[in-house]
Design a protein around this ligand. Structure first.
Ligand code: SF4
Length: 398
C-alpha cells in the first residue's frame, strides 16, 4: 500500500523575513501622494480640480496580510516551484507582481487537473478568499507546502455555517455561487460530517423565489433548475427549508443583505407564525462596511464625477460602484491606463458586465470651471494605482 504524502502548513511571517518584505511592498504599492492627502483631511487641490478622497479606501488589513505572506513565501522558498491558486486578491496589478516573482498562477476552475501536476515540496499559496475543503484535502495528499493567506473575516463566516450544519440548520448564503470565497464557504456549510445543507442566493430575484417556496408557492423542478450549481448535494427544497441560517459573502452590499435577510425572516414568520426557525449572522467584513459608509459620506460632497479604482472582478469594488452610479457620474476603472482622455474612459459597467468607453460630463471637460472629483477604491487596490489616477486626471484638466 502506498504511503500518502502529507502537506505542511508553513508560517513564513518570521521577523527577519518581514523586515525585507515590508520594504519591497512599500516600493511596489505605497504612494507618498496618497499618504499626504490622507494626512491633509482627504482633500487635494490642483488648480480648478479639487480631489475628494473617501475617508476609507484601498487596501484592507486582510489584503495587506495576504500580500505580506505571499511575498514572504518567496523569500523563505526562493528556488522552489511556487504556485498561486487563482488570484491572491482581485487586483490585476498585485497578481502581476506575484507572477513577476516567478509564482505560477493555477486557474481556479481547473484545480482538479492542476493538483495532478503538483509534486511534494512544491509551494502552493492559498488566496485571501480561502479554498474549499476538498481542495485543501487534495493539497494535503500531494504533500505540498501550503502557504495559507485566507483572511480571518472569511474564516468567521466558515465558523458560522459550520455551526449551522451542526445545528441541523440549512445555510442560506448571500453571495455569488461562483465567487471563490462563496465556494469555500459553501464547502464548510456541509459540516464535519459532510451532511449539512446550503443554498446560495445572489439577488432580490433569488430571494423572492426562495420566499415563495417557503410559502408553498414554488415549483420544485423550476426551483432546482434556477439554483443549479448553488445548492448542496441532495438538496431538497421540500425538506431542507424548515430551519434557515443566513450568512453572507464578506464583500456584499450591506443594504441588499439586510433587505434579503428581512425578506426571508418575514417568509418564515408568515409560514410559522414566528421566527424561531430563522437564524442570522451578518458576516459582511468591517473593511467592506467601512468603505461603503465612507463612500456614502463622500457622496454628500456634491461631486461632479466619481472614479472608483479596482479590479473589475472585485466584489467589494463593484458594490461601491453600485452605491454611487445613480447619484453621480461614476467611472469604474482598473488603473490610470483606463483614462485615455476626458472623452474616452474605459469604464466597467456593473450591469452589462462589459467595459464601455465613456465620456465625462461637460462640466469636467470645461477646464476653466472648478470641479469636485471624488475618488475611492476597493479593498484590493494599491495606493500607487490611486495616485496614478489622480495624476492622470490632473494632467488632463491642466
Ligand atoms: S475585504 Fe474583508 S474579507 Fe476580504 S480580505 Fe479584506 S478584510 Fe478580509
Amino acid at each position: 500500500m502506498s504511503q500518502k504524502a502529507s502537506s505542511s502548513r508553513v508560517n513564513v511571517r518570521r521577523a527577519e523575513v518581514m523586515e525585507r518584505v515590508e520594504k519591497e511592498i512599500e516600493n511596489h504599492y505605497q504612494s507618498d501622494l496618497i499618504n499626504h492627502i490622507r494626512a491633509s483631511g482627504n482633500v487635494y487641490n490642483l488648480g480648478h480640480t479639487e480631489f475628494h478622497l473617501a475617508k476609507e479606501f484601498g487596501f484592507c488589513n486582510g489584503v495587506r496580510r495576504a500580500i505580506d505572506i505571499a511575498y514572504a513565501a518567496r523569500k523563505v522558498f526562493p528556488t522552489e516551484r511556487m504556485f498561486l491558486i487563482g488570484d491572491i486578491i482581485h487586483n490585476p496589478e498585485v497578481n502581476r507582481q506575484l507572477i513577476g516573482m516567478g509564482v505560477v498562477k493555477l486557474p481556479w476552475g481547473q484545480m482538479v487537473n492542476n493538483c495532478e501536476k503538483l509534486e511534494a515540496n512544491d509551494v502552493v499559496i492559498v488566496p485571501a478568499f480561502g479554498v474549499s475543503i476538498d481542495l485543501m484535502n487534495r493539497l494535503e495528499e500531494k504533500g505540498v507546502h501550503v502557504v495559507d493567506t485566507t483572511c480571518g473575516d472569511v474564516m468567521k463566516v466558515w465558523k458560522r455555517v459550520k455551526n449551522y450544519a451542526k445545528m441541523g440548520v440549512t445555510s442560506i448564503i448571500h453571495g455569488k455561487a461562483s465567487h471563490e470565497e462563496t465556494t469555500a464557504t459553501a464547502s464548510r456549510a456541509l459540516g464535519d460530517r459532510g451532511t449539512g445543507k446550503y443554498l446560495v442566493i445572489y439577488d432580490d430575484n433569488d430571494a423572492r423565489m426562495l420566499c415563495d417556496y417557503i410559502l408553498g408557492k414554488g415549483n420544485k423542478e423550476e426551483f432546482l433548475a434556477h439554483f443549479k450549481g448553488a445548492y448542496s448535494p441532495g438538496f431538497d427544497p421540500d425538506e431542507d427549508l424548515e430551519e434557515l441560517g443566513l450568512a453572507n459573502q464578506t464583500t456584499m452590499l450591506k443594504t441588499e443583505t439586510q433587505h434579503i435577510q428581512n425578506m426571508v425572516r418575514q417568509a418564515i414568520i408568515d409560514r410559522d407564525g414566528d421566527d424561531d426557525n430563522y437564524f442570522v449572522y451578518d458576516t459582511i467584513c468591517g473593511a467592506t462596511q467601512d468603505r461603503q459608509d465612507a463612500l456614502k459620506d463622500l457622496l454628500s460632497e456634491h461631486l461632479d464625477v466619481l472614479f472608483v479604482v479596482g479590479g473589475h472582478n472585485s466584489s467589494n469594488t463593484t458594490h461601491l460602484v453600485d452605491i454611487a452610479k445613480n447619484i453621480v457620474p461614476t467611472f469604474f476603472i482598473e488603473s490610470a491606463d483606463s483614462i485615455q482622455s476626458l472623452h474616452a474612459i474605459d469604464s466597467f459597467n456593473t450591469t452589462t458586465k462589459k467595459v464601455e468607453s465613456m465620456s465625462t460630463p461637460p462640466v469636467v471637460q470645461n477646464l476653466g470651471k472648478p470641479i469636485k472629483v471624488g475618488i475611492t477604491a476597493g479593498a484590493s487596490c494599491p495606493a500607487n494605482l490611486i495616485e496614478a489616477v489622480i495624476n492622470r486626471i490632473a494632467d488632463l484638466r491642466k
